[in-house]
Design a protein around this ligand. Structure first.
Ligand code: PEP
Length: 264
């Protein structure tokens, strides 16, 4: 963690918590935000819950604190005959200000390509949504020594867009596919090696991009491993799946980030 960048803790709810339980968790996330003012908090509910969660966070924000709302995906097109799809402007209208793009589950299960991720990142900037763009290698790729090659290839699909929009915020999530939802996690040194390589790619674009872009780690981040991961020099936050579904574990991860900032 580097004190120049506010740590970002984002919860990816995946296909969970669409109803009242999501609103209740959002209210608790606002408590977490108030209790950890040095941490930026974001939750990513399913599409159908975005408007209600954004409204809950806005109303609760009258008592202080802020929790951003992200979509977990979107279509890059602005409108048209695309049955079942949701446009960037629709997300913004519903109250989302962030969007997770290129998650490995989208790449794996829905065949999302680097080219599509490129188009979605470009569309996110147009709609003024802050992209959290996910990259990461599979177990097979790691075991064959391909980690940095894969991550750099995925990054090359959109890094020039980040530079083009360097005045706007953006984040990258390094999520080794073998660590997502498996309980396995990269150790802090393993994560830092990849995060440092990502930072170098950003530096090659500009010192400004490297200095301001937050690089999150994702992959079985839990209350008990968060602090060690977040303490790594180039880890600026976490993208949290399973542990973001409970206020206790999500709050503990936010507290780990807060304590690192406060003690720095
Ligand atoms: C994720 O969904 O992005 C994720 C990292 O999930 P988990 O924390 O459950 O591994």
């Amino acid at each position: 963690m580097n004190s120049a960048r506010k740590p970002l803790i984002a919860g990816n709810w995946k296909m969970h918590l669409g109803g009242i339980a999501g609103i209740e968790l959002a209210a608790k996330c606002m408590d977490i935000a108030r209790q950890n003012p040095h941490v930026e908090l974001v939750v990513a509910p399913p599409f159908t819950a975005i408007a209600a969660i954004a409204q809950e966070c806005e109303e609760q924000g009258e008592h202080g604190g802020h929790c951003g709302v992200a979509a977990q995906n979107m279509n890059a097109k602005s409108a048209g005959a695309y049955t079942g799809e949701v446009s960037p402007a629709m997300l913004a209208e519903a109250g989302a200000t962030w969007v997770i793009l290129g998650h490995s589950e989208r790449r794996q299960h829905y065949g999302e390509t680097d080219q599509q991720v490129h188009e979605k990142v470009a569309a996110a900037f147009v709609a003024k949504l802050v992209p959290i763009v996910c990259i990461g290698e599979t177990l097979e790729e790691r075991e064959s020594g391909q980690t940095l090659t894969v991550v750099k290839r995925q990054l090359s699909a959109f890094v020039e867009l980040l530079q083009e929009h360097v005045a706007l915020p953006s984040a990258i999530a390094y999520e080794p596919v073998w660590a997502i939802g498996t309980g396995k996690t990269a150790g802090p040194a393993e994560a830092e090696e990849v995060h440092a390589a990502i930072r170098e790619v950003l530096s090659a674009q500009s010192a400004e991009l490297a200095a301001k872009t937050r690089i999150l780690y994702g992959g079985s981040v839990k209350a008990d491993n968060a602090k060690a991961l977040l303490a790594a020099a180039n880890v600026d936050g976490a993208l949290v799946g399973g542990a973001s579904l409970e206020a206790a574990s999500f709050g503990a991860i936010a507290r780990a980030a807060e304590s690192l900032v406060v003690s720095s």
